[in-house]
Design a protein around this ligand. Structure first.
Ligand code: ATP
Ligand code: MG
Ligand code: FE
Length: 350
């Protein structure tokens, strides 16, 4: 099926078009620069930016794919989870588009969309179904989730999620502590490349399942962030210079260690020899390195989609809807809304 997907859960206005598992276009307009001076995504600013970007992004995606709106078989949209105001812009646009064109509409889950991205080939090749079952680790500015995916369209289990900050958020906050600009992930990554990851032993949050955690594989990053803040404060108070590269490298090592340890343990515990990564933090050089090393050692096949498909985008939403259509799922009714806390088990909102 020829599907157009609309994604507005955070700061990317993503419009993508796919034919089955083949990627035809993937237009992204980001409001990230507008959030930079606030040090994080401002919901109201993101929603306004989506409203402005929506029309041009739709036109650009259709033009790039050489598709006329009447040729589409279906429209897909992210219904949640994400920022409520931002989601509403996408949901409103998708409903208007679907009604005007008289096309079926699929309201889908953003997190499962990240997994669905794996069916696509970023360079426009034929693509292929997601190899299942798989464990999926999704890490971005807004989420840190570990999933057990048995069937992309009907069986996704939440194994763990962050109980406080998301992994990307931790990078952004620690960058701010170190005086580095937003977004902090790439800045920390760069600073860390010349630092010593063993210089400071920062805590690994929730290494052992604790009462605090709801799920066996929950994550926590706010304690780590506080530990970095305290360490930096003590240095500054003592009148010493803060070794930014060493702090960045040691912090990055702590985050990556926790993420990969839990993901690999989940694979082993569940007897699933596959790990799929998704989300903007996948850009992290050390995360890729450590995941590759430890997966190889444990006999786990590691899949990392192209970065353009890992960060938020509309093509992954279209790709998930195409899979739903091919599996025989009916379209959503037009009365669904934006659900900022949509659980991952709800793959499609009906
Ligand atoms: P969502 O949570 O809805 O997916 P988002 O916009 O917060 O949306 P992304 O755009 O996928 O997430 O990713 C942005 C996040 O990834 C930011 O927190 C950023 O700091 C982080 N990030 C980007 N590059 C790197 C990197 N090299 N290392 C670590 N973190 C990174
Ligand atoms: Mg983003
Ligand atoms: Fe996302």
């Amino acid at each position: 099926p020829l599907v157009l997907g609309i994604e507005t859960s955070c700061d990317e206005t993503g419009i993508g078009i796919v034919r089955g598992t083949r990627l035809l276009s993937n237009t992204i307009a980001s409001s990230m620069e507008e959030h930079a001076r606030y040090g994080g995504v401002v919901p109201e600013v993101a929603a306004r930016a989506h409203l402005e970007a929506m029309g041009p992004a739709l036109e650009a995606a259709l033009a790039e794919a050489s598709v006329r709106p009447d040729e589409l078989d279906a429209i897909a949209v992210t219904s949640g989870p994400g920022l409520a105001g931002a989601l509403m812009v996408g949901v409103g646009a998708a409903k208007a588009f679907a009604v005007a064109l008289d096309k079926p509409l699929y309201a889908v889950n953003h997190l499962v969309g990240h997994v669905g991205a794996d069916v696509l080939d970023a360079s426009g090749g034929p693509g292929h179904p997601v190899e299942l079952p798989t464990i999926a680790l999704l890490v971005s500015g807004g989420h840190t989730s570990l999933l057990h995916v048995r069937d992309l369209t009907s069986d996704v289990e939440l194994l763990g999620e962050t109980i406080d900050d998301a992994a990307g958020e931790a990078f952004d906050k620690v960058a701010r502590i170190l005086g580095l600009p937003y977004p902090g992930g790439p800045q920390i990554d760069r600073a860390a490349s010349t630092g010593d990851p063993t210089a400071i032993r920062f805590p690994r949050g929730l290494s052992l399942p604790k009462d605090l955690a709801k799920h066996r594989y929950d994550f926590s990053f706010s304690g780590l962030k506080t530990a970095v803040a305290r360490w930096v404060e003590q240095k500054t108070d003592a009148g010493e210079e803060v070794p930014v590269a060493d702090v960045a490298a040691s912090f990055r090592e702590a985050v990556v260690d926790v993420l990969v340890t839990k993901a690999v343990n989940a694979c082993l515990d569940r007897g699933v020899p596959r790990l799929l990564l998704g989300g903007g933090v996948v850009a992290n050089a050390r995360l890729r390195e450590v995941a590759a090393e430890r997966c190889a050692a444990a006999g786990i096949a590691l899949r990392i989609p192209a970065l353009s498909l890992c960060t938020d985008n509309g093509a992954m939403i279209a790709a998930l809807a195409a899979q739903l259509i091919m599996a025989g799922h009916e379209p959503s009714s037009l009365d669904f809304g934006a659900d900022s806390t949509l659980p991952v088990t709800e793959i499609q909102v009906r």
